[in-house]
Ligand binder design. Structure first.
Ligand code: NAP
Length: 658
């Protein structure tokens, strides 16, 4: 029991009023865990039908009873100074999880969840040195991290904790990566926020269940400040190339400053943290460059452009378009939307709502409230749908859906579209995708369909023919006048690590290894011929079935840190994944992807390359990827020894950029 908690519960009135607003299922789970009395679980079980908080139907009397019992437990513990139960048996943990989620949870998730929730009071994702860290020659080892977005900050935090010297190189003048660059109106997260945060730095006071860009950017800045990382970030330097020096077993990293000057720094290992969706895709539409009005890409928004009263044409209806459209529609004169293919968009009752004050208070002050809330959201939005995204050979409607469950999902999504579009059959026909749900990224309905019913909004499904000085002309010859064109056309996702030039062992070029758009890596992180190069958010690690990308980032950084430990503790100069390990893994990934919804013949998306191979998304359940990245196995790597003498390595590091 912390003093702050004892102080907090001292005001019983606040505790009570907060619990009135706080999630009742979380309260019941916390009561079961803290009080050690699991009987409450049997009482609530019949009324919980899923892990989202809107899926409970607990009667008012029972809700009152839960709150009373939780207040009593908390106050009694505060008064008596009796420690609250924290560690749990697996059986008890499982029972709480199953009741909270409203369904059976397989045993394989228990260790994952115990780690994710940090239930054992230990941070298992931290690097545990196997030898006395004081004996280790860490000072002779240097890591360069490219990018100061979520992955780079996570890497920096863990490297710092492990005492491994590093620099983070960031092309922008501020950290935050995609959350810094994307600031278009309505920009926000569509993963539930309380799991879109690091497990080691939860944020109890998110203002919304799905927050907007500024709040997320501030969170990332807050993590960087909390772990004192700013001093190790070099801002305004863009990595142009990096090359492996076989003789020295070092990377030479060449960066370009804002003034065009170039410098080279040497390091033992490189971690790329440049994200997947980094370079905007500008469509090759004839005449686009001759347009006289403003033309903005969502990822390069110019806030000086005033859209009020303007005739706006928006191209693209993916995740970014879905957010920006409804945000600007009320203020523009007209919004003409060019839709090449419709996306599926699901309703979530929490998407637009604020987190109540009582919930924030409970998350801040009640032990384990944050952890159990995190569990529920993790479960609700992670592997639940994975099994329904597999193609069933015997399914009789293979163009529309994959199997019975996927078809039911389709029907539910169509029902939502129909309800929102109020019987406008022409519009409904335009909005219902022909391919199965989840084929492209599943979106959250940001009042998109309602927006389409506005007088000043028009949805055009004809293809674009050309752009003129003041209009967009569709293939049917219609001229759509425009003062501003918004490109919500996404990113060059297939070109992983592009435009950096990367040369590995023997001068091999990554661009040639991967071809134009065919990236592969072991676990999405390492490649043969590229020793000591570790990717975050690399090939086939994007999440498309659910979950929070931050979870994957944490899995990757944990694995990478173990690889670095292996090198430092054993004095190796380099590690390079074995070709056969890498190839076998990719065969497996391809096999799994082939049977999943993203490979469906009716789907076109940035998940696939031009040969229809899925290159960006992960075929694994979260629990599989967690398992695969749990422990670094040196036998899967070629090992090079020894490291260059300390003096040589130090000289090398001295060349680092100012
Ligand atoms: P996107 O999903 O790739 O969507 C691009 C849109 O532009 C699609 O509708 C595409 O049509 C259309 N398009 C592209 N080129 C076109 C052309 N030449 N003519 C007509 N239409 C064209 O890009 P995005 O919306 O920026 O989202 C990318 C990813 O960023 C998302 O999947 C998500 O992972 C992430 N994101 C997340 C959030 C969030 O968390 N809330 C928000 C924004 C973005 P087709 O579909 O027919 O190709």
């Amino acid at each position: 029991m912390t003093n702050s908690f004892a102080k907090a519960v001292a005001d019983e009135a606040i505790l009570r009023s907060s619990l009135e607003e706080a999630d009742i299922v979380v309260s019941a789970l916390v009561l079961a865990h803290l009080g050690g009395d699991l009987s409450i679980l049997d009482e609530v079980k019949p009324f919980i039908h899923g892990a989202w908080n809107y899926q409970e139907k607990i009667p008012d009397e029972l809700k009152k009873n839960i709150r009373e019992r939780l207040v009593a437990t908390l106050i009694e513990s505060a008064k008596s100074n009796r420690p609250l139960v924290r560690g749990l048996s697996d059986a008890a943990l499982k029972k709480i999880m199953c009741v909270g989620a409203g369904q059976e949870i397989p045993d394989e998730y228990l260790p994952l969840m115990a780690e994710e929730l940090r239930l054992n009071d230990e941070d298992h994702r931290a690097l545990q040195w196997r030898r006395d860290p004081r004996e280790l020659p860490r000072e002779d080892f240097k890591v360069v991290v490219i990018g100061a977005g979520l992955s780079g900050i996570c890497a920096g935090m863990r490297l710092k904790e492990a005492g491994i010297p590093f620099d983070i190189l960031e092309k922008n003048d501020e950290l935050g990566g995609t959350w810094y660059e994307n600031s278009y109106p309505g920009c926000g997260v569509d993963t539930a926020n309380h799991i879109y945060s690091f497990s080691f730095h939860p944020k109890p006071d998110w203002t919304r269940h799905f927050s907007k860009q500024k709040e997320i950017l501030n969170y990332i800045k807050d993590v960087a400040d909390r772990f004192d990382l700013r001093g190790q970030i070099r801002f305004g330097v863009e990595v142009e190339k990096f090359e492996w020096d076989d003789d020295a077993s070092l990377w030479s990293v060449t960066v370009r400053g804002k003034d065009g000057s170039r410098k080279t720094m040497r390091c033992n290992a490189v971690i790329t943290a440049v994200g997947l969706l980094n370079r905007p895709a500008i469509p090759a539409i004839p005449g686009l460059s001759e347009f006289k009005g403003e033309c903005l890409h969502t990822a390069q928004w110019d806030h000086n452009v005033d859209l009020r009263g303007k005739r706006v044409v928006m191209i693209g209806t993916g995740a970014s378009g879905m957010q920006v459209g409804p945000e600007i529609a009320p203020e523009v004169a007209s919004l003409t939307i060019f839709q090449r293919s419709p996306h599926w968009a699901a309703k979530n009752p929490l998407y637009h709502s604020a987190v109540s004050e009582g919930q924030v208070w409970a998350l801040k002050n009640i032990p384990l409230f944050n952890e159990w809330q995190r569990f529920l959201l993790f479960w609700a939005s992670s592997d639940v749908f994975h099994s329904t995204l597999q193609m069933d050979d015997k399914w009789t409607r293979p163009e529309q859906s994959l199997n019975q469950a996927n078809h039911e999902m389709r029907e539910m999504l169509i029902a939502h579209i129909r309800e929102e579009l109020g019987g406008d059959e022409e519009l409904i026909a335009k909005c219902v995708p022909s391919y199965p749900p989840y084929g492209k990224r599943m979106l959250r309905d940001n009042y998109w369909y309602r927006m389409l019913r506005r007088e000043n909004v028009k949805l055009v499904t004809d293809r674009i023919d050309r752009v003129t000085a003041d209009a967009v002309v569709s293939k049917d010859g219609q001229v759509h006048a425009a003062d501003v064109i918004l490109l919500a056309t996404g990113f060059q996702a297939g070109k992983v690590l592009w435009p950096m030039s990367i040369r590995g062992s023997g001068g091999v070029e990554l661009e040639k290894e991967w071809g134009e758009d065919d990236p592969r890596a072991y676990l999405g992180m390492t490649m043969p011929k590229f020793p000591n190069l570790f990717l975050t958010m690399g090939p086939n690690t994007g999440l498309a079935h659910g979950g929070s990308m931050i979870f994957h980032i944490e899995c990757q950084i944990k694995y990478i840190l173990q690889a670095l430990r292996e090198m430092i503790e054993s004095g190796h100069s380099a590690l390079e994944v074995r070709r056969e390990v890498h190839d076998l893994y990719n065969v497996l990934v391809d096999e799994k992807c082939r049977n999943m919804v993203w490979s469906h013949s009716g789907v076109t998306s940035w998940y696939k390359n031009k040969n229809n191979r899925v290159t960006t998304t992960s075929p694994w359940r979260l629990v599989d990827y967690w398992d695969l990245t749990q422990a670094f196995d040196p036998s899967e790597y070629r090992i090079f020894s020894p490291r260059p003498a300390a003096s040589e390595a130090r000289t090398a590091h001295d060349e680092s950029v100012a």
